[in-house]
Design a protein around this ligand. Structure first.
Ligand SMILES: *Cc1c(COP(=O)(O)O)cnc(C)c1O
Length: 464
């Protein structure tokens, strides 16, 4: 079989190798890079049941990555997950009737570490091999920034520029990013929303002469390697829960922002993992929940919430899913995305059952329900949920009509959101030694205007 190559959802980018796809981030035609086929692994599932996390990660990633070669890939994976504080990497806790998949045992305590500890090492590998340099430009609603910084801090071939919405990430998240004082780390507080940051990022990536001149790279989930790393924990969790419960299929509930996490679950299902359905949860910023219930994808204003990593109205990975939904027709994707950019909305035809999709169902949780869920799980199960995880669990509870085991993704450690935990429980319960250690650590951050040219100039003056 030929190795997988990466093509664009908009169809006009020549196919890329795995390394080139990782370095390119956003496709040069403005689309997203996707594998040219999805391997089916149904036959391998039995053999994979007993593998530990790094071994399973190796088996899955090598299907999509013929570079850097098996032995080196194994080493990169081992090094990435050696930074996790839990021996199982992504353990599962039985809480009430649910299986909670804890994805927050990495160095910055959010699920982003699973992809970014690996991607940081992958970048280093590629840059060494090519004797090259890289300027990472990232937009963060909170957790991506610190996880990306933790993945590349101190690397001599990389400068990282992280934009966050000024005053809209939690104080703790902000300190987690801005207290990293390595010379290759630059934090920018943009006077706008996360969507504004993401738009600036995409605009600069689409400026191909600029992108090439400054060797711009992406750590956002537009980078295929992020989705790839995340496919692994869907397999790891489903195989374990199946073995434990004897069930044929499982369900996953996923708190969603940029659609990157749940998209990895969707790929896992397409690869043959027996997933009955994926349950997509949003907060008040519910463009995706509205879409999966009505077929209309229409942008609204972004409302700040207690689960800021879900405060997104334009989810970049939606385009990857859309590509498959329109039968892999890149012209249809381009047409719909152009229409969305112009009018702020698009309509997707429903299927014969009147549903937008049979694999994904969706709902939303507002502040009241999220806080109530945190309080209830603490009181009933003595288990603390962070507000993103709680939103996912609240929506999962609304979809409890099937018997298949429900695996709920816990995307952040509760100690990252102590205000929400205190409001919900009335107690100061959410602590973690890594976060408590920040205290009054010195920080470095630049406030910039919500404007592409301001960010361009900042980057040009400080790039590698
Ligand atoms: C990033 C993030 C999410 C949303 O994930 P997407 O891949 O953007 O859908 C949910 N919860 C937490 C804690 C996050 O950091």
């Amino acid at each position: 079989m030929n190795p997988i190559r990466y093509i664009s959802t908009r169809g006009t980018q020549p196919p890329l190798s795995f390394f080139d796809a990782v370095m390119t981030g956003l496709a040069r035609d403005g689309g997203l890079l996707i594998p040219d086929r999805i391997p089916n692994v149904t036959e391998q599932l039995r053999d994979w049941e007993d593998l530990d996390y790094p071994s399973l990660a190796f088996e899955i990633m090598r299907l999509f990555a013929d570079e850097p070669g098996d032995a080196r890939l194994r080493e990169l994976i081992a090094a990435a997950y050696a930074t996790f504080e839990h021996p199982e990497i992504a353990p599962i806790r039985k809480v009430g009737g649910l299986h909670v998949l804890e994805l927050f045992h990495g160095p910055t305590l959010a699920f982003k570490d699973i992809a970014l500890q690996f991607l940081g090492r992958l970048f280093e590998e590629i840059l060494e091999e090519r004797d090259a340099r890289l300027n990472i430009l990232a937009a963060t609603s909170g957790d991506t920034g610190s996880a990306a910084i933790a993945g590349v801090r101190g690397q001599p071939r990389i400068h990282i520029f992280v934009m966050h919405p000024h005053g809209r990430v939690s104080p703790l998240q902000e300190r987690q990013m801005t207290s990293v004082l390595d010379a290759n780390v630059f934090n920018l507080a943009v006077k706008g929303s996360f969507d504004d940051c993401q738009l600036i990022m995409k605009t600069l990536f689409r400026d191909l002469p600029f992108k090439d001149a400054y060797a711009l790279g992406s750590v956002n989930s537009v980078n295929w390697s992020r989705v790839l790393s995340q496919i692994v924990y869907y397999f790891h969790a489903a195989l374990r829960v199946r073995a434990e419960t004897g069930a044929d299929q499982v369900q996953f509930a996923v708190p969603t922002g940029n659609f990157g996490d749940i998209l990895a679950g969707w790929y896992a299902k397409r690869m043959g993992l027996p997933v009955r359905r994926l349950i997509l949860a949003t907060n008040e910023n519910d463009i995706l929940a509205r879409f999966f219930n009505t077929g209309t994808y229409a942008r609204g204003a972004v409302v700040p919430s207690i689960n800021p990593s879900m405060d997104i109205q334009v989810a970049s990975n939606f385009e990857r899913w859309l590509y498959y939904k329109v039968e892999r027709d890149p012209q249809a994707v381009s047409r719909l995305m152009t229409q969305f950019a112009r009018e702020g909305r698009m309509e997707i035809p429903r299927d014969v059952r009147g549903r937008v999709d049979v694999e994904i169902v969706a709902g939303s949780s507002d502040t009241k329900h999220t806080l109530e869920t945190i309080r209830r799980y603490h009181e009933t199960h003595n288990y603390l949920l962070d507000p993103h995880t709680a939103a996912g669990i609240y929506v999962a509870e609304q979809y409890n009509e099937l018997d298949d085991p429900m695996i709920c993704l816990a995307t952040a450690h509760p100690a990252k959101f102590p205000e929400a935990i205190a409001t919900a429980t009335g107690q100061d319960l959410a602590h973690h030694p890594i976060l408590d250690a920040f205290g009054q650590a010195p920080t470095r951050c630049e406030v910039v205007d919500n404007n592409v040219e301001a960010v361009r100039a900042y980057l040009a003056a400080r790039a590698r």
